[in-house]
Unconditional design. Structure first.
Ligand code: BTN
Length: 255
């Protein structure tokens, strides 16, 4: 049904009409020993999870709700690179398939016209200094119409259809994501992070621009410079001091 022409990703692919969360299913499959590249896709999630314990609204047939099992032979400190890699894959695929110009808001939200259309949730299981496995969750709002985005977030979230005016074929979209993911991942393992970093910065939202950053300690204005290999955001404040940020909120526009 999915007609994938990939080497390893999606060789084990499970497709469900309705699940609580594809993340939980992949954790289960990982514990059963399923291989690197196993994929779970659902038409609908009734308990979709976002980052920071937020809910991820995943209505039936309206988006890509998918989780990928990875078993990389990497130290846990490199796990953030997999999230950044995934963001570049999503941006690339959207860029190629439409006139939309996607950008990546640090750490890993995909925006179109300043609104979030996709998010990534990375969950890792590590033992000593090795990653045991990673569950990479991808959520993309694809075919929601006006009024189908929860009103609480409607001012800052959208769907590809709302932004492009076109309906998207979800199955085709998943195929391109998986095949682009496989190529990008393989070259990352071969060549390292440098290429991903450049790609990320090419799509990076407000890179080179001045924004307001809130951290636990303070709010300040700074110019965003790019990302570091450990996933940190690099910024330069108005006093010319460099800041490496691991956890922060970026604001833009007025204020
Ligand atoms: C975010 O907060 O931006 C991340 C959202 C991740 C949502 C996806 S949808 C597929 C997978 N299953 C989940 O429950 N969450 C992720």
């Amino acid at each position: 049904q999915w007609g994938l022409n990939t080497k390893w990703i999606g060789q084990h692919l499970y497709h469900y009409p309705q699940v609580e969360s594809t993340q939980d299913i992949v954790h289960q499959l990982a514990k059963e020993g399923k291989p690197h590249g196993t994929v779970v896709i659902a038409d609908e999630q009734v308990k979709g999870k976002g980052r920071m314990a937020r809910e991820w609204h995943s209505p039936e047939g309206k988006g890509v709700w998918m989780s990928i099992l990875l078993r990389p032979d990497l130290p846990p400190v490199q796990a953030p690179q997999l999230t950044l890699l995934t963001a570049t894959v999503l941006a690339n695929v959207m860029d190629k398939r439409s006139a939309l110009v996607p950008s990546i808001k640090w750490p890993n939200d995909i925006l179109v016209h300043h609104k979030k259309v996709a998010g990534i949730l990375t969950e890792m299981q590590a033992e000593q200094d090795r990653i045991q496995y990673v569950v990479l969750g991808i959520g993309i709002n694809v075919n929601q119409e006006d009024g189908e985005i929860p009103s609480m977030i409607a001012h800052k979230a959208s769907s590809l259809k709302m932004e492009s005016g076109e309906k998207w074929d979800i199955q085709e979209f998943v195929q391109s994501i998986l095949s682009t993911f496989e190529k990008t991942y393989d070259s990352f393992i071969e060549e390292g992070f440098q290429e991903i970093k450049q790609e990320w910065e090419r799509y990076g939202y407000k890179i080179g621009e001045k924004v307001t950053i809130s951290t636990m300690r303070r709010d300040f204005k700074a110019t965003l410079l790019g990302i570091e290999a450990d996933g940190a955001l690099l910024a330069k404040d108005e006093q010319g001091e460099m800041e490496k940020l691991y956890s922060a909120e970026i604001h833009w526009g007025e204020g």
